[in-house]
Ligand binder design. Structure first.
Ligand code: ADP
Length: 408
């Protein structure tokens, strides 16, 4: 009996001990779990060890998944940040939830300060406010010469309060509108240039058809008709040159051309065309200098400046062609004339297509108004620059500066 009692007491004590030990382990496990299992799981045995292992594994998996999702979100935000257009997210009440730096700059907002603000209080442009009334649509913001923004709005998400969110895309279309305007002006200019000779031609044709002209009169009409067709031909040739230059590949950097031969050729062409009307001269050129690029384009650029000088300088005037190497290695081609000169306000505009200081003088001498814009194009392609110095009554100097890497 006593033995039995002793045994059961010992068994109870042992069980109690076991229970206490298990409780202690459970407490360690709970403390570990309460600290979000930041450290490795406590050393346990039996089912608790299994439980800790499974708990830790699930937790680590969840953490890894969370990390991956955060990285993906970060990547997505970085991509939206790198997007070249402005992006903005609004909640159902039009409060700013997120915007990239481009959008902030375009709308004059400050990212940190203006987050969670109602966009209606910050962007008050009527077209923008009007856009916010709709579920989707586009508008253009900005007027005159300032920045022009195309804004597109799309609402998305469900209807429950506070309503659908909005995605706003902002695109700077200033340059596109400028190009469209240039294209429209260009077409209008070309049409105008072609219409005048065509009007003259059709007038003469009608006269020839309806009237019996004396031979001398008839000859005069035919001569004038021919002048007009030549004018149209010159215009078409210059337009084609411009179009070719725009689509042409970059001029070669290592096609070396003998400068003296090239300039002598331009000089001889000019002499032939001028037929002694001006005193035309050229610097003595050393035979060793070479320039690189597209030969036909250099001839066209140099030739254009020489022909302008001859066309605008009255008969008997002087036109001189010069070449020198600058101290920094660049080359300078110059055409100096004793012509009428050009007032300062015209100089920056001379290379615009169809810009003329004196339209009648230009047309009389066979000008198309495109010569200097062709020159400018050629120079840009070769990395060269055009410098014009002139004063009314003092003649003009047109200089082409070639970059050092194109002269040797
Ligand atoms: P255009 O065919 O009319 O000559 P350009 O583009 O070659 O067209 O020249 C633009 C304008 O620049 C000319 O119409 C003329 O008014 C002016 N210009 C160009 N070269 C000279 C010059 N050497 N002297 C005076 N005016 C010039």
């Amino acid at each position: 009996m006593t033995l039995w009692l002793a045994l059961s007491l010992a068994a109870s004590a042992w069980l109690l001990g076991l229970w206490l030990l298990e409780r202690l382990r459970l407490q360690r496990l709970l403390r570990w779990a309460a600290r979000d299992a930041a450290e490795p799981a406590p050393q346990l045995a039996g089912p608790l060890a299994e439980l800790a292992y499974r708990f830790e594994k699930a937790l680590r998996q969840r953490e890894a998944q969370g990390r991956r999702e955060r990285e993906r979100l970060q990547q997505l935000l970085q991509a939206l940040e790198a997007y070249p257009n402005g992006l903005m997210l609004l909640d159902g009440d039009d409060h700013i939830q997120w915007l990239n730096q481009v959008a902030a700059d375009q709308l004059g907002l400050e990212r940190e300060r203006d987050l969670q603000q109602n966009v209606r209080n910050l962007v008050r442009h009527p077209a923008f406010v009007d856009l916010l009334q709709h579920d989707q649509g586009s508008a253009t913001l900005g007027q005159g010469g300032a920045q022009q923004l195309a804004v597109t709005l799309r609402r998305f998400g469900d209807e429950r309060p506070p309503g659908r969110s909005s995605l706003i895309v902002l695109q700077d279309i200033t340059e596109r509108l400028r190009m469209e305007r240039m294209r429209r002006d260009f077409v209008a200019n070309v049409s105008h240039e072609i219409r005048s000779p065509l009007t003259v031609l059709s007038g003469f044709l009608e006269t020839l058809q309806t009237l019996e002209l004396a031979p001398a009169e008839r000859q005069r009409s035919l001569r004038l008709m021919r002048q007009q067709t030549e004018r149209m031909q010159l215009l078409v040739t210059d337009l084609l040159t411009l179009a070719t230059l725009e689509g042409a590949p970059k001029p070669p950097a290592d096609d070396w051309l003998p400068l003296a031969a090239l300039l002598q050729r331009c000089f001889a062409d000019a002499q032939a065309a001028d037929q002694g009307r001006h005193q035309l001269s050229i610097d003595r050129l050393d035979g060793a200098t070479q320039i690189s690029g597209e030969e036909a384009e250099w001839i066209s650029a140099f030739g254009n400046l020489i022909s302008n000088a001859l066309r605008y300088t009255p008969e008997g005037g002087t036109v001189h062609i010069a070449w020198k190497r600058l101290a920094d290695g660049r080359g300078e081609f110059a055409v100096l004339d004793t012509g009428p000169g050009i007032a300062a306000e015209h100089i920056p505009r001379l290379t615009e297509r169809f810009y003329r200081v004196d339209s009648s003088r230009s047309r009389e001498t066979g000008g198309t108004g495109l010569g200097l814009s062709i020159v400018k194009h050629i120079l840009q392609r070769h990395g060269a620059e055009l410098i014009i110095s002139s004063q009314p009554g003092q003649g003009s100097q047109f200089r082409i500066r070639l970059p050092a890497h194109r002269v040797r």
